[in-house]
Design a protein around this ligand. Structure first.
Ligand code: 8YV
Length: 319
């Protein structure tokens, strides 16, 4: 049960580096506590863990199960980012701890990134630039022919806000949109498939836009990859956990699928050597929402949630 006893700045905990604008306000205005690095963490939690009432974290470093257990008086979790799979949501729900995220403000930028990856992967733009920089074009070689990106059948795995924004962009490229979600969204007008395998079988490119977390972990497995097929591609702007990464590497190495465009990975910022070695893969450093404008909007929304909780124990964008 949350209570109305005023929350002091040092009862707020900053978990992980978070966005600089958010960190600045937490440090300067609230004098919030900062969760120390691993070596000093236990001592810190033993000393002040029971004083913490609000945790501010990010989609990359959340309030995991162990940390949440060490915060017995935690009342609210404020997450920078739309995805919150780094936080133990089940424990938070069990303990009645509300959580906010930053939906909507990043939808366009993440969808733009998906389109960038889509075009880059099918037309091999990064590979072509490497070819130019290596002097191969100047030496008289021709770059290999690539795959047409317009007018394809594209499957969106997870037709939430971001999935829909990707779909509407692809319509501009004359693509036919198919999708799989937990439930059909008939109002979308797109073709629904009952499983990820059926979606992959029906389409040329599979775009992963499903939320991360236990429900979607490994959803794109060896069977789905086989259904994508040797002329098919995968794009992932969601979470690395949604794809079985070792199975993806094998599929790329053995020509089970034609290529992949990835902004997210299972153990960021680690990218397996098996992916780094391949040139039919486009690799990005989880930059989906990373524009000046969108990060500023995400920071504002994160702080609006914090201030709202401090003022009257409500959240502007609860999950
Ligand atoms: C965030 C993201 O920038 O919002 C999300 O879920 O994946 C990114 O766009 C990141 O999580 C912030 O830490």
């Amino acid at each position: 049960m949350s209570n109305k006893i005023p929350i002091a700045g040092d009862q707020i905990l900053r978990v992980g580096p978070v966005n600089p604008a958010v960190a600045h306000v937490l440090d300067d205005e609230f004098n919030a506590r900062v969760l120390p690095l691993a070596e000093q963490r236990q001592k810190f939690l033993n000393e002040v863990g029971d004083q913490i009432r609000i945790a501010v974290c990010s989609g990359k470093i959340g309030v995991d199960s162990e940390l949440m257990q060490a915060l017995p008086n935690l009342e609210a979790i404020i997450n920078f980012g739309v995805g919150y799979d780094a936080t133990d949501v089940a424990q938070a729900q069990e303990r009645g701890i509300p959580m906010s995220n930053t939906p909507d403000v990043l939808t366009d930028c993440v969808a733009d990134t998906a389109l960038g990856l889509y075009l880059n992967t099918l037309r091999r733009l990064s590979d072509a630039e490497r070819f130019v920089r290596a002097g191969s074009w100047a030496a008289g070689e021709n770059f290999k022919l690539t795959t047409r990106a317009s007018g394809r059948k594209v499957g969106i795995l997870g037709l939430g806000r971001i999935g829909q924004a990707i779909a509407s962009r692809l319509l501009g490229f004359g693509c036919e949109i198919h999708y799989h979600s937990r439930a059909p969204k008939n109002s979308s007008g797109f073709a629904y498939h009952a499983s990820a395998v059926e979606l992959a079988e029906a389409t040329d490119v599979l775009i992963v836009a499903a939320a991360g977390g236990p429900e979607t972990a490994g959803l794109v497995d060896a069977e789905v990859l086989k259904a994508v097929g040797p002329d098919g591609f995968i794009i992932n702007i969601a979470r690395g956990s949604v794809i079985d990464e070792p199975a993806l590497i094998k599929a790329l190495q053995r020509g089970v699928i034609a290529g992949a465009g990835l902004d997210v990975f299972a153990h960021e910022p680690h990218i397996p050597a098996g992916l780094l070695e391949l040139d039919n893969v486009v690799l990005l450093p989880h930059l989906g929402s990373g524009t000046v404008e969108t990060r500023a909007d995400m920071a504002s929304l994160t702080l609006a949630n914090l201030r709202s909780y401090l003022a009257d124990r409500t959240l502007v964008t609860p999950i």
